[in-house]
Design a protein around this ligand. Structure first.
Ligand code: API
Length: 321
């Protein structure tokens, strides 16, 4: 095949979602001359890709929350996959929890492995495909220090007013401003989040996550979550880094107690100071399971991954092919 022919051929993509945080997946081997233009065009909610009605029964949502360019390195054991998330605004995010779960499922599907190392710009993350098909990914140690969030000041930002919202700043691979509220549904996120997302205290911007703490009759704590994402510049149906961020912030603010205390309490069976208590976090798109240990060990994120459909698009969005 001539170079000209290879350039003219369309690019194959797979559409996946993790708790309705949805992504186009493109093999990094494919020649995509301008990844930002590709993601901007095909992730667009009005004009982007959509299932053609033949491959899936019902037409799903058009567009996506981002494009994952994935490079598989299957000569290693476990196999590795290098993940680059290009967002609808053309920016690249260092990490994405649900995207990393999708990347691991994609690599596992191709190799038959049930463990995958996902290389992200925030570090290498170990992922495991569980027996029920869920994917668990390690999420590193949440950082509150100003240098790592990052913050444009020398002190951590804990329960302080930023543009009308009381937030705690934490980095879980990407920066989040977490606000605890009584009822996440009562928040007009599109109205309040943009000013926080662009506040001067966040030199690289921030994702804005609102969370509410729920407690059932047995005293078991869970969370509801809504996140306004940088790069999407809108609310997504789920956000993995946000789910970890809110649990880390809840622990920092002592809203859930430490494992040392809860180990003998109601949720004793689910507790361990090295692995951390398992918390269910419910964004609009489904349920995620999060652990954030008090000491040693890293946070984890677990949830389902769904392959929606496959398709082909012109490699240059503005070109007819
Ligand atoms: N949805 C992703 C987060 C993408 C990060 C991005 N919106 C940014 O920080 O720019 C997640 O599941 O963690």
């Amino acid at each position: 095949m001539s170079l000209h022919e290879s350039r003219a051929r369309p690019v194959s993509f797979e559409k996946y979602h993790g708790t309705s945080n949805d992504f186009l997946v493109v093999d990094a081997d494919a020649y995509v001359p301008n990844r930002a233009a590709f993601a901007t065009a095909y992730c667009d909610r009005d004009e982007g890709v959509v299932a053609d009605g033949e491959s899936v029964e019902e037409e799903g949502r058009r567009g996506a929350d981002g494009t994952l360019f994935l490079a598989l390195e299957d000569q290693y054991s476990p196999p590795r996959v290098i993940m680059t998330l290009v967002q609808p605004d053309g920016s690249t995010a260092a990490m994405c929890g649900n995207g990393a779960r999708v990347a691991a499922a994609w690599a596992a599907e191709r190799t038959g492995a049930d463990e995958v190392m996902v290389d992200t710009q925030a570090g290498t993350r170990h992922a495991r495909v569980e027996d029920d098909g869920d994917v668990t990914i390690e999420m590193g140690v949440p950082a509150f220090d100003p240098k790592n969030v990052p913050l444009a000041r020398d002190a951590p930002l804990v329960e302080e007013d930023v543009e009308g919202l009381t937030v705690t700043a934490v980095n879980t691979g990407v920066p989040h401003a977490v606000a605890f509220v009584d009822d996440v549904d009562a928040v007009d996120l599109d109205a309040v989040a943009p000013a926080v997302r662009h506040a001067d205290v966040f030199p690289e911007g921030a994702n804005v996550t609102v969370a509410s703490v729920e407690e059932d009759a047995e005293g078991e704590v869970s969370f509801r979550q809504r996140t306004y994402e940088r790069g999407v510049e809108g609310e997504t149906q789920a956000c993995g880094t946000g789910a970890v961020a809110l649990v880390a912030a809840a622990k920092q603010l002592d809203l859930v107690g430490s494992e040392a205390r809860s180990a003998s309490g109601a949720s004793g069976e689910r507790s361990d100071s090295r692995t951390g208590t398992k918390f269910t976090v419910s964004p609009p798109g489904g349920d995620l399971e999060i652990t954030v240990p008090d000491r040693r060990g890293v946070a984890t994120l677990r949830g389902p991954v769904v392959h929606e459909f496959s398709g082909e698009v012109p490699r240059r969005p503005d070109a007819e092919q």
